[in-house]
Design a protein around this ligand. Structure first.
Ligand code: DAH
Length: 350
């Protein structure tokens, strides 16, 4: 009986040890056979009731089995421990005492920041933001703004024309180009909105240019327009001085020089005292103390006519400023191409 029992214990326990997946299961197997009330322990305890010869034989075998099972259990226990350690390494583990990692977040492009700043300043002075298409008709870009057809004035701006079938035969309202300034939105806006009005038109413009430190094939303009019954150059000066002061965050002097634009009469160029040297003369302003910043003038009567207004009833000023140029001056950036290169080493500085 006992012989069979030892064999049965060996087989059953062996299988159960093999099957065990966890230390708990293995512990149950240990208890079932080697624990105080375990099967093998019971046999070992009952040895002394046996006759001597049987006792010696059985005792030896039972002790061998005990050793065998103990070894098997120890081996299996090692295997289970190894496995659970490995799988817990794969699992995510949190140390709640470690300071959190800052998520990498982007920010607005310096030109977008400058555009927002310009919008905020003009909006605080009662201006609305207007928009227009980048793909524009020749009529809005030139004709409506009093650029005579075939007049050299059109060559003031190097234009990217769009290829079209039988283009020469199309009327200028159907001829397409990439807008060279946001000034065409003046006419678009007045057609839809009765004065008095104050708007700025920020937007992307395009030129057929060879690129260099101060030229790009696309850049940003902010056009401004104010129309009312009685508007003078004095109104323009006040508005633009306030804008420049708040944009550059310092008091700057401005001066107006006579100039020419087809859509304004009189026209002028605006210089402001160099923000780097405050007018003393430096390499940025080429020792002049002044920097040319924008074009402006009083809206030409023909522009009012093209927009459907009677020029006898209305007056207005308009101006156009390069946002890239303003931003370059504000942050002392020496190359316009940096804005469009997508180089993070440059962009993260803003
Ligand atoms: N559109 C001009 C340019 O592209 C800038 C400009 C000059 C706009 C005078 C104006 C203006 O409205 O009055 O250079």
């Amino acid at each position: 009986m006992a012989k069979i029992d030892l064999k049965t214990i060996k087989n059953k326990a062996g299988k159960e040890i093999k099957k065990s997946q966890t230390l708990k299961e293995l512990d149950r197997v240990f208890k079932r056979y080697l624990g105080k009330k375990g099967d093998l322990s019971w046999i070992l305890r009952s040895l002394n009731k046996m006759p001597k010869t049987k006792r010696i034989k059985m005792g030896k075998k039972a002790n061998q089995l005990k050793e065998f099972l103990e070894e098997a259990i120890a081996k299996k226990s090692g295997e289970i421990r190894k496995k659970t350690k490995k799988s817990s390494e794969g699992r995510e583990w949190f140390d709640i005492t470690i300071p959190g990692k800052k998520p990498v977040s982007g920010h607005l492009h310096p030109l977008t920041q400058a555009k927002k700043k310009a919008e905020e300043i003009f909006q605080s002075m009662g201006f609305s933001i207007a928009e227009g298409p980048e793909l524009e008709s020749e009529w809005y870009n030139f004709d409506a703004l009093n650029f005579p057809s075939e007049h050299p004035a059109r060559e003031m701006q190097d234009t990217l024309f769009i290829k079209q079938k039988n283009r020469e035969r199309l009327p200028s309202t159907a001829k397409l180009l990439m807008r060279t300034h946001t000034s065409p939105v003046q006419v678009r806006y007045i057609k839809e909105n009765q004065p008095p009005l104050r708007i700025i038109i920020p937007g992307r413009v395009f030129r057929h240019e060879a690129t260099d430190v101060s030229h790009e094939i696309n850049f940003y303009h902010v056009e401004g327009l104010m129309v009312d019954k009685k508007i003078s150059v004095a109104n323009f000066k006040a508005i633009i001085k306030e804008f420049l002061k708040r944009f550059f965050e310092k008091e700057l002097k401005i001066r107006l020089r006579p100039s020419y634009f087809p859509f304004t009469e009189p026209s002028f160029e605006i210089d402001f005292s160099c923000p780097m040297c405050r007018g003393k003369g430096c390499s940025i302003c080429k020792k002049r103390g002044w920097l040319e910043i924008m074009g402006a003038g009083m809206v030409h009567p023909n522009v009012f006519k093209n927009a459907g207004l009677n020029p006898k009833n209305w007056q207005g000023f308009a101006f156009g400023v390069g946002l890239d140029r303003l931003t370059m001056m504000k942050y002392k950036i020496s190359d316009i191409r940096l804005f469009y290169g997508g180089d993070l080493r440059f962009l993260i500085q803003f």
